[in-house]
Design a protein around this ligand. Sequence first.
Ligand code: GLN
Length: 454
Amino acid sequence: AHLDRIDAVDTAVNAFLHVDVEGALEAARRADADRAAGTPASPLAGVPVAVKDVLTTSDMPTTCGSKMLEGWVPPYDATVTRRLREAGMVLLGKTNMDEFAMGSSTENSAYGPTRNPWDLDRIPGGSGGGSAAALAAFEAPLSIGTDTGGSIRQPGAVTGTVGVKPTYGGVSRYGLVAFSSSLDQAGPCARTVLDAALLHEVMAGSDPMDSTSIDAPVPPVVAAARDGAAGDLAGVRVGVVREFSGEGYQPGVQRAFDAAVQQLTALGAEVVEVSCPHFDYALGAYYLIAPSECSSNLARFDAMRYGLRIGDDGSRSAEEVMSLTRESGFGPEVKRRIMLGTYALSSGYYDAYYGQAQKVRTLITRDFGAAFEQVDVLVSPTTPTTAFPIGDRVDDPLAMYRADLCTIPSNLAGNAAMSLPCGLSDEDGLPVGLQIMAPPMADDRLYRVGAAYE
Ligand code: GLN
C-alpha cells in the first residue's frame, strides 16, 4: 500500500531519492513469514520505514542530497540501518534532504526540492524535509531523520508530524555521514508520539562502533508514552522559555503555542516562565561551530576516495582534479559553510571565533542545567513561523538560519528534544509545532508529556 502511495504522489512531493521496491517486498514477505511462525523480530516487524539519505545502506545508494555522492553505494550499513533490519522493519527507500544536511527547507538538495504535502508551493522544512513529507503524505508510517541544529524537529513542525532529537550519544552515529560530529544525532519521525517511541526504542542504544555513544540503557520511552496517554501531568513542572517569543514569531504561531501551554496546565502540569539568557547567542555560536566541523569533515570528499571525479584525463594533477571535483560537486550552501569554517579555524582567528563559540556553548549548557533544577521539561514553539513559500529565503541565508532559533540550543547542549503538532495557525491554516526539551538521558520525559498533550 505504501509503495502504491509513493507511486501515486511522489512525483509531486519528491520525498524520495530512491525507492527499493524489490527489497521492500522481500523484507515484508520475510516479516510476514516470521509473524505467521509466531516469531516476529520485534513489535515493529513488517512495518515500513523511510531512511534519510545521510545514513549508509549497503543495498541502496547514499547521496546525502549531493552530486558529490551520486550513485555511491556504501559498503556497509549504518548501525541505525542495521537495527531497523534486525527489528524486521521494511526499508522503503531513502529520503530527500538538503545537501549534507545543511539547510532548513530541502531546497539545497541537488535533486530538486521536496514539497510540503499541506501546500505543494511551500517548503517541508529541512534538512530532513523528505523524511517529514513522506509521513505527512502517507507514503511511509515511520521515518528516520537526523538533527544537527533542528533538521528533525523543524520539518516535523511545518508538516504537522512528530520528530525527536534523542540525547546526544543515545543513538549511534556509525554510518551517519558526518556534518558536525559534536551535534549530529539521528532520531525517529512519526505521526504519533507512541509511534515515535516504538521507533526510538528500536534504533537507540549504546554501540562500540561510535566512541561518543553513551553506555547506558535506553530511557524507557515506550513505557513513558503509554503512561502519558492517560493524560495526567499532575506533579510535572513545565518551564516556558521566555527568550523564545516576541519579535520574529508569527502571531498565529504564538497563539497556537499559548493554547498548548494552557492545555498543559489543564492536564495538571505546573507551568512557570524560565529565562535562559544565553539562548540569544545560540544561533551565532552554532554558525561558527557547525561550519568549522563541516570544513574538516567534508575534506574527505577529495575526488579520490568517494563518488564524483572530474577532469581525471591524465593531463591534470591530483590537486587540479580535486579542485575541479569540489567546485562542481558541492552546491553553494556547502561551499559557504566550508569557507566560513576554514576561516573560523584559521590560525590567528581561532580564539576569536571558534574559541568564543565554544565558551558560549558552555554558557548555554549551564542555562539548561539551571533551568532543569527548577522544572522537568522546557517548552517553546519549535520554529518561529509556519512553512514558508518555496524560493522565499533562498537568497537570504540569515533568514533561512533563523528557522532554527529555538531548536539549536538542544544540539549545543546535547539534551533531548521533541516537536509535536499543536494545531494550525489561525493566520494561514498551516501546522504549528510544540517543542519539548528534557535533560540528557531523560528522553522519556518528552514522551510522557508529549503523549499526554497529544
Ligand atoms: N538548518 C540547520 C543548518 O543548516 C540545521 C541542519 C541540521 O539539523 N542538519 O545547519
